[in-house]
Design a protein around this ligand. Structure first.
Ligand SMILES: Cc1ncc(COP(=O)(O)O)c(C=O)c1O
Length: 457
């Protein structure tokens, strides 16, 4: 292997280490990966060499016949499970009618049906208007434009650890890893950041009777607004009600209500980025609902259409009043994706959201038991089927290498996991899993922990 290929391979998250964990699991995977590495972008970060042949429900099979349990759902996308029959049927039926006509310019029923449904489940009382996109980042871009349009203001506030996407506007709000912005500065000007309230690793001092949530909001008011960012220039605050890529962090109960009050005091729009946490994953339609707060704008994508590329910007009618032509998209709201989303929301409403709450509780209980047996798990948190296990050493310091090793070992045990934040394992299976599936996953996870801990002494 040449020096350059070694660097490229390291950048892709592959290891040239001798433990063999990153070797493809069979000859068919090996052949595809070799071809892939000659022609696909070096920006892709493949943690482990999974080459998928097919997937059903929470099961994935690779091209060499190996079976895996999927506890990452294609990064929180396969909400109803892989190839849910009702979703597949809706896609097939719509594909047979027409594939595209452009919702920005014409009308079709399935687009209206989906907007009606999103209006019905929007986490605010006011009537909602919906703009459709193709992805999470496009939804955030649309929210940035809408917030500027609605307020006439130019600046934004987001949070450290937050992930909102990788296009120049959303990237300016993203503050998850420095690599994401490093080579691309300058991004959109006017984005400012505050700490995200992390009860497990607080960064701000609190006053008596105050928690991290309140301290963060006070920091915005007393530091950002007084020293750097005039509050009357801020169009919107973007927040993940439960932080995803940043480490599956559940903020204190006080945080979102205090943030809502701050926005109200200064005429700022509150944007809930529910791209990872929304669509039933936490046991409610939207994670923000756990905190009794009504945002002005909700951004959705990922699990919305069970894997078909679709995003939705859902805003209060009084906010989304931009004139025709202010924004548009050729593919946004593609009819096949809308049909998949209508079916997805139906399946989630009729059982999976409740299942996420119930089986999520069962998974949480098992994760806590796992933590009791493994000292390296220092925190277990989350809601529904959005759970995070923080990995640290005996002094509480994060150990990303151990977390990565657990993910690799889990792959070899037949369990697909992903990390988040500096040293967190995230569990985000499809919402249709049952308790027996959790039992199998926990057995495989336990084996992965044992092997990883043994390797680390
Ligand atoms: C909270 C959040 N917002 C935005 C995005 C960006 O979504 P996409 O990758 O579809 O652009 C993600 C993706 O992980 C996300 O988790």
């Amino acid at each position: 292997m040449s020096f350059l290929s070694k660097i490229l391979s390291a950048l892709r998250g592959e290891s040239t280490a001798v433990n063999g964990l990153h070797k493809p699991l069979g000859p068919n995977a090996e052949a595809i990966i070799q071809r892939d590495h000659r022609v696909t972008s070096s920006a892709y970060t493949r943690g482990y060499p999974l080459v998928v042949e097919r997937a059903r429900g929470a099961h994935v099979w690779d091209v060499d016949g190996n079976e895996f349990l999927d506890f990452m759902a294609g990064i929180a996308v396969a909400s109803t499970g892989h190839a849910h029959p009702q979703v597949v049927k809706a896609i097939q039926e719509q594909a047979d009618k027409f594939l595209h006509i452009c919702l920005s310019d014409f009308y079709y029923d399935v687009g209206v049906q989906l907007a009606e449904k999103l209006n019905a489940i929007a986490p605010f009382k006011e009537n909602a208007r919906v703009f459709f996109t193709n992805s999470g980042t496009e939804t955030i871009e649309a929210a940035i434009k809408l917030a500027r349009h609605a307020t006439g203001r130019k600046r934004f506030i987001a949070f450290h650890g937050g992930f909102h996407g990788r296009t120049m506007g959303s990237l300016a709000l993203t503050a998850s890893k420095t690599t994401q912005q490093a080579a691309f500065f300058p991004v959109m000007p006017g984005a400012h950041h505050a700490p995200y309230p992390n009860p497990f690793r607080p960064v701000l001092n609190t006053r008596p009777g105050e928690d991290q949530g309140e301290a963060v909001v006070r920091y915005i008011e007393e530091v950002l607004f007084k020293k750097q960012v005039p509050a009357d220039q801020v169009a919107a605050i973007f927040v993940e009600p439960i932080q995803g890529e940043g480490g599956y962090i559940v903020p204190p109960r006080s945080f979102l209500p205090a943030l809502r009050a701050l926005c109200d005091r200064h005429g700022i729009l509150l944007v809930a980025d529910e791209i990872q946490s929304g669509v039933g994953r936490t046991g409610r339609w939207w994670a923000v609902e756990h905190f009794g707060v009504e945002p002005d704008i909700v951004c959705s994508a990922k699990g919305l259409a069970s894997g078909m590329p679709l995003g939705a910007l859902i805003a209060r009618e009084s906010v989304m009043s931009w004139q025709p032509g202010s924004h548009g998209s050729t593919f946004g709201g593609n009819p096949v994706c809308c049909a998949a989303a209508v079916a997805t929301l139906d399946v989630i409403e009729n059982g999976l959201m409740q299942n996420a709450a119930q089986v999520g509780g069962y998974l949480m209980q098992h994760a806590l038991e796992l933590a009791a047996r493994h000292d390296c798990i220092v925190d277990v948190r989350g809601k529904g089927l959005m759970l995070g296990l923080e990995i640290a050493d005996t002094t509480g310091e994060p150990v990303p290498e151990l977390r990565n090793r657990i993910v690799d070992e889990a792959f070899h045990e037949g369990l697909l996991l992903l990390g988040a934040g500096e040293s967190v394992l995230r569990l985000m299976p499809p919402l249709m899993i049952d308790e027996a599936t959790v039992d199998t996953a926990v057995t495989r996870m336990e084996a992965a922990f044992n092997r990883a801990e043994a390797a680390f002494g």
